[in-house]
Design a protein around this ligand. Structure first.
Ligand SMILES: Cc1cc2nc3c(=O)[nH]c(=O)nc-3n(C[C@H](O)[C@H](O)[C@H](O)COP(=O)(O)OP(=O)(O)OC[C@H]3O[C@@H](n4cnc5c(N)ncnc54)[C@H](O)[C@@H]3O)c2cc1C
Length: 387
């Protein structure tokens, strides 16, 4: 194996890698080909306890930090799998852990830890406002002991394979708040109760094997105790959760990046053209070396983001930078790997084209590259705001 930035947590790495390899490349190729959810794989991860990594031991989980959770995600992708089917539970968990009430935690965490419930979905993006989150249109109005939700979301993933979903909606109209970020709230939605009773979904077929949907709310009633934390403070809670998400996605890209580099090194060293291994040519070798260095550098930033998050310190800059650097470098590694494989890079049996599609997503979701550059330019470096 090629060296990584750090090789700590060997027990986690070896166990996750072994689990992914039990399924093997052919399993991930097949679910991709058939566009089906890797149910058996997610079930096996759950049974092995990995999906409960962040849940405190007192609720039946492993009580690990974001650093360890990121290693789990990294190893899934590094071994050839795709964490996209299950990463939601990891980043949503922090929202519930940090901002949920004791009653919510008592009610849901033990069942999530045992695998009886899944918390895989988070609904933020809307079709008309896109990245401009604070202007989202979905409304949740308090009426007696209920909130009534109306609006629309898009690209909401894993709903059909989750029991719970975190929903961001506006509870105070935009023209009645001082700051745009105020007046938004988050709710824990019981999907079984909601679908067909004010919530409808329409699946979106997309470039990767990623179950994602349009969502329509038409007078969906949520019990008042679905609210997480204080009404009107949801955007701040979501940002905290998004930092965890950014660090975890960075780890997945790093896993992909190492996978691409490893495959490129292996194929480039074995494939003989003009009587020599193709990787003997520096035109083939250098792009792989360049991508590898960039993946390793991003790997260090991922650890820094996780360290800060686990210490409850501000980590917005590091989490965003880690995600950006990791997504860029895994894409560079993907291109180097595909180019090294020549025509075989396009053959499904080599898995390069599948991983190529999978890693491309992360320059758009969960946040696009431009939005990270603008965050760093404006909020880290203090340059003038563009929007
Ligand atoms: C497969 C998949 C799964 C997803 N899963 C989820 C999910 O589970 N939950 C969820 O809430 N969302 C999800 N998303 C949505 C995802 O987070 C958004 O697609 C992403 O944040 C970009 O938003 P948008 O598509 O509305 O793009 P837009 O906001 O329309 O932007 C389009 C492009 O324009 C650029 N752009 C926009 N404004 C500016 C500007 N001011 N300056 C420079 N560039 C700009 C953006 O960077 C982007 O490249 C998913 C998306 C996909 C594709």
């Amino acid at each position: 194996m090629i060296p990584a930035a750090r090789d700590d947590f060997p027990e986690i790495r070896n166990a996750v890698r072994a689990l992914v390899r039990e399924f093997g490349d052919s399993y991930f190729r097949e679910v991709d080909d058939q566009r089906v959810y890797p149910e058996a794989f997610v079930e096996a991860l759950t049974k092995a306890g990995w999906m409960a990594a962040l849940i405190p031991e007192s609720y039946g989980g492993a009580g690990l930090g974001l650093t360890e959770a990121s290693v789990i995600m990294e190893e899934i992708n590094r071994a050839g799998g795709n964490s996209g089917a299950c990463h939601g539970q990891m980043y949503n968990m922090n929202t519930l852990l940090r901002h949920g009430s004791d009653a919510q935690k008592q009610r849901f965490l033990p069942e999530i830890a045992s695998g009886a419930l899944r918390l895989q979905s988070m609904a933020v993006t809307e079709p008309t406002t896109g990245t401009n989150t604070t202007e989202l249109k979905t409304r949740a109005e308090r009426r007696g002991d209920k909130y009534v939700v109306n609006g629309q979301k898009v690209w909401i993933s894993r709903i059909q394979h989750s029991d719970l979903m975190i929903l961001l909606a506006r509870t105070t109209p935009l023209d009645e708040v001082k700051k745009k970020a105020d007046g938004l709230s988050i709710f824990l939605v019981d999907l079984q109760a909601a679908i067909g009773n004010g919530m409808e979904i329409r699946p979106i077929r997309n470039m990767v094997n990623h179950e994602t949907n349009e969502v329509f709310f038409d007078d969906l009633e949520l019990p008042a105790d679905s609210l997480i934390g204080e009404e009107g403070k949801g955007f701040r809670y979501i940002l905290d959760g998004l930092n965890a998400e950014r660090a975890l996605i960075a780890a997945e890209c790093i896993g992909d990046g190492y996978w691409f580099v490893e495959r490129a090194v292996q194929y480039g060293s074995e494939r003989i053209v003009f009587d020599r291994p193709i990787a003997k040519n520096q035109g083939v070798q250098f792009p792989i070396a360049q991508a590898y260095m960039e993946v390793r550098a991003a790997d260090l930033m991922r650890y820094e983001a996780c360290r800060l998050f686990d210490a409850h310190l501000a980590c917005g800059a590091e989490a965003n930078m880690a995600k950006h650097l990791a997504a860029e470098s895994s894409w560079k590694a993907a291109n180097a790997c595909l180019q090294t494989h020549g025509g075989f890079g396009f053959a499904a049996d080599y898995d390069v084209e599948r991983k190529f599609r999978e890693t491309r997503l992360y320059q758009v979701a969960p946040i696009s590259s431009n939005l990270i550059l603008s965050f760093v330019g404006e909020h880290v470096l203090g340059m003038p705001r563009s929007f």
